[in-house]
Write a protein that binds this ligand. Structure first.
Ligand code: GLU
Length: 547
């Protein structure tokens, strides 16, 4: 077969050469060991936790090594494309602190290795397609869908592996006259790879996450170009990762199955194979068994979920780090104030089997992350979230920044900060009572004697001096306790509860309920200091009034 003639027959319009592309996209000028990697999403509009895991891994590898992270849009499947999907992806990842150095952007692209949208690269793929044909490594196949379906049915009947290979690869060695005739008749064709592999052969492959794995050679003549001339993922990614000078590919382990083909393809094209990190799936417990997180069943797969719930992006980021590198938590304990970016992330520590998504753990991480934030930062995050998701609450927060920050400063700083908030959604319940709009009417415990409650409140109203320090304030509560015959000695009470009608804890609870409308609140003295004298007195007076 005259493969040169075939190449010319199939790609008459292609005149450019691989050599000119090599010159147009020269090796990057980066320090030794710098990782060049990418995110290569298909623009389907759905951004999920898996994207973030992959993005974070790639980003850490690139930026910790002084390398480059770029965004390539794999839009070869126009049917699945959703308008605006690229913008959503960029914005979502930015929300989580993942920034691209080059590639597709909100309004175009930046970088010297583009275009970064695959649909704009058709001419580039065709240059390599022509080269493969000329070298006898690819050929056109005119099988119709029906013929392929019949072939598959026959393979199934005969219990043969399905696919286009060996004796089934019917267009592999057809004379050029047949091809010419088909083309003249206007029949569509796909370009197939001529595999030289055998499933009898196995070889070792070193994956950054999976470790040393044994793989079987590929013997299938996979499609490189579809009948519309658009490449398949396999072919496009090989060409793109080569020309964009990618050193590392981080992707989901669903691609392991076609890795042997990818290796062949890089060899056939004369490209150096990048290093691969195949990340295992995110799973969750479903009863006794584990299963992959599913788009249909698990709302927590979508990144929009975390935003709506009010997880700070820093918390989700840290949680993913705890999933990916099991030493992250120890590091965080040893470096409580360091930015997460200082952590020595190592892709080789990722669990080859993937990770179990654990909501309780995420909550835990989030509480810690929020507890370490300064009040000003909590305020900004919370207000931004509330204005979008709980606008009435957002409005009161925005009304008086200083006031809200004083509330949010309660129990912050120091070695053991309070951990009241796991998500911004918790905040209204936690601190709403500071605002008249969200203050609930006091409901005293059913077992409390309301006359006693009233007496306590009246005495407190009398004794309360706003200028008291917390010790003097507390002494007054003690005094009231004794005056009404309750005890301030909790130990004595525990030893003989029947001996006392109540304790100082009950007295505090009555006052707390009158002031906050709740049984639980942060330190009551501080609460009153923030509410101010007039408002504290007003609330107690009002509670007395309804008793
Ligand atoms: N477009 C592929 C996907 O969405 C990218 C895989 C890769 O990163 O190479 O899964």
């Amino acid at each position: 077969m005259d493969t040169q003639a075939l190449a010319q027959l199939l790609f008459p319009e292609v005149n450019d050469t691989p050599e000119s592309l090599e010159a147009r996209f020269p090796a990057r000028n980066l320090p030794e060991g710098a990782v060049v990697t990418r995110m290569a999403p298909s623009p389907t509009g759905f951004v999920h936790l898996g994207n973030l895991v992959q993005g974070l891994t790639s980003e850490r590898m690139a930026h910790r090594s002084g390398g480059v992270l770029f965004l390539r849009v794999e839009d070869t499947d126009a049917k699945r494309e959703v308008p605006g999907a690229v913008e959503v992806l960029i914005e979502t990842l930015r929300h989580y602190g993942i920034h691209f150095d080059e590639g597709a952007t909100m309004d175009g692209e930046t970088g010297a290795y583009g275009p970064y949208r695959q649909r704009q690269r058709a001419d580039i793929y065709h240059i390599y397609a022509k080269k493969l044909v000329a070298e006898g490594k690819a050929y056109p196949c005119f099988c119709t869908e029906d013929e392929l379906a019949a072939m598959r049915a026959q393979q199934e009947r005969e219990k043969h592996t399905t696919g286009y290979y060996g004796q089934y690869a019917v267009w592999r060695d057809r004379p050029i006259e047949d091809i010419r005739a088909q083309m003249a008749a206007g029949h569509p064709w796909v370009l197939r790879f001529r595999s030289t592999g055998s499933i009898e052969n196995h070889f070792k492959f070193d994956d950054l996450v999976k470790g040393k794995i044994s793989v079987t050679e590929n013997n299938i003549d996979h499609v490189l170009l579809k009948s519309d001339g658009i490449p398949t993922y396999h072919f496009a990614h090989a060409v793109d990762d080569h020309l964009m000078r990618t050193t590392h590919v981080v992707r989901g382990d669903e691609w392991l199955a076609t890795l042997p083909f990818h290796i062949q393809l890089f060899q056939a094209l004369g490209f150096r194979l990048p290093k691969y990190a195949h990340i295992g799936p995110l799973q969750k417990m479903d009863g006794e068994s584990k299963r992959k997180l599913s788009k249909r069943k698990d709302p927590e797969l979508a990144l929009t979920y975390y935003r709506a719930e009010g997880f700070p992006p820093e918390a989700v980021y840290e949680y993913i780090l705890t999933l990916l590198n099991s030493n992250y938590e120890d590091w965080r304990r040893a470096n409580p104030d360091a930015p997460a970016a200082d952590f020595p992330f190592n892709v080789k520590k990722c669990n080859p089997a993937g990770n179990l998504f654990d909501y309780a753990k995420l909550i835990d991480v989030s509480k810690n992350v929020i507890s370490r934030m300064p009040a000003e930062m909590v305020y900004s995050h919370l207000t931004e979230w509330a204005l979008e998701f709980e606008p009435e609450f957002g409005a009161v927060l925005a009304r008086d920044r200083a006031y809200a920050e004083r509330i949010l400063a309660i129990g912050r700083g120091g070695k053991k900060p309070r951990k009241d908030l796991a998500v911004w959604k918790d905040a209204k319940d936690y601190m709403g009572f500071f605002y008249p709009e969200f203050l609930q009417a006091p409901i005293f415990p059913a077992q409390a004697d309301l006359a006693t409650v009233k007496t306590v409140l009246e005495k407190f109203l009398d004794a309360f001096r706003f200028a008291d320090d917390s010790a003097a304030w507390f002494d007054k509560i003690k005094a009231i306790t004794q005056e009404i015959g309750f005890t301030a000695d909790m130990r004595a009470y525990k030893a003989d509860p029947a001996a006392y009608p109540g304790t100082i804890a009950d007295v505090s609870t009555y006052i707390r309920i009158a002031v906050t409308g709740k049984v639980n609140s942060p330190d009551l003295y501080t609460v009153m200091q923030i509410l101010g004298e007039a408002e504290t007195l007003r609330r107690i007076t009002q509670a007395i009034g309804v008793l």
